[in-house]
Design a protein around this ligand. Structure first.
Ligand code: PEP
Ligand code: MN
Length: 360
């Protein structure tokens, strides 16, 4: 699928002065809850009202959604507030029901995007629809799987498409529920610059306190919109309680966000930017040069280890390096998380170089 301007038409047609906003509860719980939240969001920037009807829970025994009944509540939301509606679909039966209830936008969840079989089943069920369909990234950081999902839908003649970035799961504990891996979203944008890209800070952070910051980062990276879970009583929500915000908080977040233009034609801005970018280019070249030198030294160490029949991995030495670099990093305002990730990558590359020397 090469890039196509037509993919953006649905978003351009809405012609917004602000990023697209999708908000509403993680799950539809009761008719009263769905309508109450909707009425509180009616006079806000919200374009699409979300509510999960079928909930993919990681472990059984938790609330798994109200099912098709909730689709009637979403229809009521549209009648009473005029807001368009959306929900997650995870199989052909969901698609059929959602279309019958005239849901305006459907999204495919992270646990579905990982499965090409499910993606194909959903694409076949949606074939030719003019509804908007958004594909969340798969739970694992696999760009090809995400792109593959979009391509299956495109091939099934679904042209009102978009993607949702909801972060990726990791074994390591981090401050995020699902780490953003922004570089992956940037790569995604580079592949399909015309495909609308929405950020879901709720599932990235898992924590309502971090929603604003992640939303701002997304807008700074030219995301087209935000999906933010919103509940009138977040602490007592039946799913994802810690990450939901109240309608008032959502309105505050939207008014506090800085919406930057993609470019600015101002001449002095351009001059300063060019000069700073030139400095960045120099620094980047130096970085690559230094890394190359470091690997040359690594190979020499590999040669020594080979001669003396010593193992490549020396854990004690490695932990010393890490500890020192975290301290050095702190002085330069570099986060521990960044230092750890960077040095793990450097260390892995070093091991690869040494293994090559030892094997030859
Ligand atoms: C959701 O949006 O409520 C949801 C289940 O998200 P994800 O598929 O990103 O986990
Ligand atoms: Mn949720």
């Amino acid at each position: 699928m090469e890039n196509k301007k037509e993919l953006r038409t649905w978003l351009d047609d809405i012609n917004l002065a602000h990023p697209l906003v999708i908000a509403g509860p993680c799950s539809a719980e009761t008719e009263e809850q769905v309508l109450k939240i909707a009425h509180e969001l009616k006079d806000s920037d919200v374009n699409y009202y979300r509510a999960g009807i079928w909930k993919p829970r990681t472990r059984p025994g938790n609330f798994e959604g109200v099912g098709a009944l909730g689709l009637k509540w979403l229809q009521k939301v549209k009648e009473e507030t005029g807001m368009k509606t959306c929900t997650e679909v995870a199989n052909a039966a969901h698609v059929k029901l959602a279309l019958e209830h005239d849901i305006d936008l459907l999204w495919i969840g992270a646990r579905s995007t990982v499965s090409p079989f499910i993606m194909q089943e959903i694409a076949d069920a949606l074939n030719g629809t003019d509804k908007i369909v958004l594909v969340k990234n798969p739970v694992n950081p696999d760009l090809a799987l995400w792109l593959g999902g979009i391509e299956r839908l495109y091939t099934a003649n679904i042209k009102n498409l978009g993607a949702i970035h909801r972060g990726f799961s990791t074994y390591e504990k981090t401050k995020y529920r699902n780490i953003p891996e922004w570089q992956l979203a940037i790569e995604f944008q580079n592949k399909f610059p015309d495909l609308p890209l929405i950020c879901d800070p709720s599932h990235i952070t898992g924590n309502r306190k971090m929603i604003f910051d992640v939303s701002q980062t997304a807008l700074d990276l030219n995301f087209d919109g935000l999906m933010i879970e919103t509940h009138t009583d977040p602490d007592n929500a039946w799913s994802d309680a810690a990450q939901q915000v109240t309608p008032n908080t959502l309105k505050q977040i939207m008014s506090d966000l800085t919406i930057r233009k993609e470019t600015n034609t101002d001449a002095s801005y351009k001059d300063s930017l060019e000069s700073l970018r030139a400095q960045i280019n120099v620094a980047d070249n130096q970085l690559v040069d230094l890394l190359g030198k470091r690997m040359t030294i690594s190979r020499e160490i590999g040669q020594l280890k080979k001669e003396k029949n010593v193992a490549v991995l020396q854990s004690k030495r490695w932990n010393e390096i890490l500890g020192n670099m975290i301290l050095e990093g702190e002085e330069k305002n570099l986060s521990e998380e960044f230092i750890l990730r960077m040095f793990k990558a450097i260390h892995q590359e070093s091991i690869n170089h040494q293994e090559k020397v030892i094997k030859n």
